[in-house]
Write a protein that binds this ligand. Structure first.
Ligand SMILES: [Zn+2]
Length: 556
């Protein structure tokens, strides 16, 4: 009774303290709140960039004043702003664009066109945002393919973050021959006849010096964030970028230019020892976890293996990549040095996020995290496994004991058939077993690894719900998850990943007003619609940052 009276008084005081009406009310909506009960609401009120009421039309209309902006959604669906926990950039760039190539001939035509615009000897480089799984041949272009269109220009085909393919002129330019020793943490690949096929994996890429990428600017980041907003993204986590990028983001915040909430992991490529890491952190002037709800430091990115073509496995690759059962992928940072760096970061109070694709890579991560945990517990500090493609049953309890969060992406959606080639069907079909992770009680935060995989977050939801892939059909159907779980993975679980579940990730009073409007109910529409659905509107901090109707066209 006394408590009831106290809360009635508190409610009155609250009303008395809030004479100010809402800035925005959203009416006539189907609001999927993603609150703990997954409740559905009809209307939302926003003030000072936060949700102040979520409920019935009557609940919300009460808060409308003469200056309140009213958005009538005519029954459209509202979900919390979507997040990507592992996004490098939005793709594109000044190199040769291969994102629309659908065959080897398309790739060669695009390279040939650039050759035609260049002088003999000019180095030609492609953008990285494409994958051979999008080509009807399901294979890479190789040295001999490239030689047919570029006999006199060094060509470096960049694919994803782990791979270059060079033509003969490029191999000659950088003096790479059959006698070049295999670099530690990398791989110079050969064809079945023992000849170089032009492929350089992981640290072998350092044999090549590319023309410097154009400097990243505020304008470039703004343009990228606008593209991402149009796909429904309101929060992203950069999985390893230099301090300079963090400073640009801070400048954007100060100038009021941000339309995206950003968490950035730092990455110091050459910090291969505890001493080097300590010095790199000191000279960066950045403190662990500093920042606010717009720009935040989210920890330190490390990596121990390659990607599709270099994920480090307990068992050899499928032939011919297995090279007669000897090739198990690429270990880019050896256990001793890696453990040394991880322990140092733990002593300095940093959170660690490690790229680990294969099961052998996960073994290395677990050994290092356990060693750090023995000195100072990492439980509750949300250290992460980035990717975690092929976890083994014996690894789950160890991951659980360390209280790890899983940062998982939809690589299989893009690369399915290639992964069968590299690893065989059994491993490919298990790739990124989200169902297994959830069943064992892990928090899984979703993303794309863009520009390795294209950034639309609705594709992530579609893939996790169906396990369908772009060109290989359904793979690993037993790993399907519910639409509700997929939505959590793309919203509140990402907020958890960055210690922000109290301020975002669901539509609840008091939280940051980040939301996405969709033309259909994502929980009940036909499955294929999830993949093809355009975004109607995106709101960040109560401001409309994307509105399809105002652009006159849908999407970008
Ligand atoms: Zn990545």
């Amino acid at each position: 009774m006394r408590f009831a009276l106290a809360s009635a008084v508190a409610a009155l005081v609250l009303f008395a303290q809030r004479p100010q009406p809402a800035d925005v009310v959203v009416l006539n909506a189907h609001v999927i709140t993603v609150d703990p009960r997954f409740s559905i609401a009809r209307a939302i009120a926003i003030a000072d960039g936060r949700f102040v009421a979520v409920g019935s039309e009557a609940d919300v209309r009460r808060l409308a004043g003469p200056k309140t902006q009213t958005i009538d959604l005519h029954g459209q669906t509202v979900i919390p702003g979507l997040a990507d926990g592992h996004l490098h950039d939005a793709g594109g760039g000044p190199g040769v664009d291969l994102s629309r190539a659908r065959s080897i001939a398309d790739v060669l035509r695009a390279v040939a066109e650039r050759v035609g615009q260049s002088r003999p000897g000019d180095v030609i480089v492609t953008n990285s945002d494409w994958h051979e799984a999008q080509l009807t041949e399901h294979r890479l272009v190789y040295r001999r393919d490239l030689d047919t269109v570029a006999p006199n220009n060094p060509v470096v085909v960049v694919r994803g973050g782990h791979e270059y393919i060079l033509n003969s002129a490029a191999l000659a330019k950088w003096h790479i021959t059959k006698n070049t020793p295999q670099p530690a943490g990398g791989r110079i690949t050969r064809d079945s006849a023992g000849e170089l096929n032009g492929e350089l994996i992981d640290r072998a890429k350092s044999l090549v010096t590319l023309p410097p990428a154009p400097r990243l600017t505020v304008e470039e980041l703004q343009a990228q964030h606008r593209k991402l907003n149009a796909a429904g993204l309101t929060s992203i986590r950069y999985p390893g970028a230099p301090v300079e990028q963090y400073r640009l983001l801070q400048e954007m915040e100060q100038r009021g230019l941000l339309t995206m909430r950003v968490s950035q992991l730092l990455r110091f490529n050459s910090a291969d020892s505890a001493d080097a890491m300590r010095q790199a952190i000191a000279s960066s002037g950045v403190r662990a976890d500093e920042g606010d709800e717009w720009v935040r430091i989210g920890g330190m990115k490390l990596a121990v293996d390659g990607g599709f073509e270099g994920g480090w496995m307990r068992e050899a690759y499928a032939e011919p990549w297995g090279e007669h059962g000897t090739f198990r992928g690429v270990n880019t940072m050896k256990q001793a040095a890696y453990t040394d760096v991880v322990k140092e970061l733990n002593r300095e109070g940093w959170r660690v996020a490690t790229h680990a694709v294969g099961d052998a890579a996960i073994d290395e991560v677990l050994a290092a995290y356990e060693a750090a945990d023995a000195e100072r517990s990492i439980r509750g500090r949300r250290w992460t496994l980035e990717h975690g493609f092929i976890p083994q049953p014996d690894q789950f309890p160890r991951m659980k004991a360390l209280d790890l969060v899983i940062s998982a992406q939809d690589h299989l959606y893009l690369a399915g058939p290639s992964l069968v080639n590299y690893w065989g069907a059994a491993r490919a079909n298990r790739t990124t077993p989200v169902r297994d992770y959830l069943d064992r009680g892990f928090v899984v935060a979703g993303g794309t690894d863009s520009a390795v995989v294209p950034y639309p977050p609705l594709w992530v939801i579609y893939h996790f719900v169906t396990r369908d892939t772009i060109s290989g059909g359904v793979m690993g159907a037993e790993q399907k998850i519910s639409r509700e779980d997929a939505l959590r993975i793309e919203t509140i679980n990402n907020a958890y990943l960055t210690f922000e579940e109290r301020i975002k990730g669901s539509i609840e009073p008091g939280k940051l007003a980040d939301l996405v409007v969709l033309p259909e109910d994502i929980l009940t529409c036909p499955e294929k619609h999830i993949e093809q659905m355009p975004v109607s509107m995106t709101i960040v901090g109560g401001k409309v940052v994307y509105d399809a109707s105002r652009k006159g066209l849908r999407g970008e």
